[in-house]
Ligand binder design. Structure first.
Ligand code: URA
Length: 288
């Protein structure tokens, strides 16, 4: 009975996503453009592959960001040192923190970043604090600043649909932003702000101990992977990186839903990335 229900929900969410990526036009009265045909074909292939996952992990080198899985033909090659946090970069008090709540309180008190002066409030995290999938966005927008919860605006609603398309909801993920205060007018956070808040992000990851991090958008992906390469170059791969502990954490960079709202044709790329996440889950590499 419940299996039947799951299948039904799953099919509905898949149909929903097909509509989102434009596959609904397969039944339009006008001829399909080649792009849509290709997207639909690739979508069906990916769905088939996702049922029989094949995640073969190459050997990893502890001091580098490694590519774990690839669907991106550009083969972006990121090679950076691991993120062992040097003591000089850490605000002293972070060392002793053992819970997410303590980290939240430390951020509430932190006055080393001027964004807190223009934002209405700190936006810390949402979803399930015990979830093993950690999604990291850029910074709160207007709605998030008002509500104090990440990804509640239009972009967040699209994100929920994207997650639903691979059978996930907010109870199966934990979501936060690299920058916890809204930058004025939603401007891109500056390199200085990113470096001021990096120690808190690293501590957040250390406390969460996720099985996988999904980096949403260029700002988050570039900051986490410490690269200057753009998101369109680095997405399509799963990297792994150490964040101050012995265990490497896989990082899956993908397109930000706010960008997808402006460029809906790119939704198919985001879907490829989500299929990689789904394969990692089916392979048992990620608990949800
Ligand atoms: N964009 C983000 O990166 N984070 C949010 O919380 C909302 C929009």
């Amino acid at each position: 009975m419940s299996e039947h229900k799951t299948t039904k929900n799953h099919l509905i969410s898949q149909l929903f996503w097909q509509t989102e990526i434009g596959a609904d036009e397969a039944i339009s009265t006008y001829p399909l453009v080649q792009d849509k045909m290709t997207a639909l074909k690739q979508y069906m292939e990916l769905l088939e592959k996702s049922v029989q996952p094949d995640l073969s992990l190459p050997k990893t080198s502890p001091s580098q960001v490694n590519v774990l899985e690839q669907t991106n033909s550009s083969g972006a090659n990121i090679s950076t040192v691991d993120s062992e946090i040097s003591d000089s970069k850490k605000p002293g008090s972070l060392e002793a923190l053992t819970t997410l709540n303590e980290l939240k309180m430390a951020l509430e008190k932190f006055d080393g970043c001027s964004l807190r002066n223009t934002a209405s409030q700190l936006v810390f995290g949402d979803g399930n604090p015990n979830a093993k999938i950690m999604i990291i966005g850029e910074a709160p927008g207007k709605d998030e600043d008002k509500m104090g919860i990440p990804f509640v605006g239009q972009a967040g609603q699209l994100l929920d649909k994207m997650l639903k398309s691979i059978g996930l909801d907010r109870q199966q993920i934990y979501i936060t932003n690299f920058i916890p205060w809204r930058p004025p007018g939603n401007r891109t956070p500056s390199p200085l702000e990113i470096s001021q808040l990096r120690p808190f992000m690293l501590k957040h990851i250390q406390l969460k101990k996720p099985d996988i991090i999904v980096a949403l958008g260029g700002v988050s992906a570039k900051a986490l992977l410490e690269t200057e390469l753009g998101i369109l170059k680095i997405r399509g791969l799963i990297y792994e990186k150490k964040f101050g502990s012995d265990k490497s954490i896989p990082i899956l960079p993908t397109l930000h839903p706010a960008y997808l709202l402006r460029a809906p044709a790119q939704k198919k790329l985001a879907f490829y990335d989500l299929v990689m996440l789904k394969r990692a889950i089916s392979k048992g590499l990620v608990t949800h």
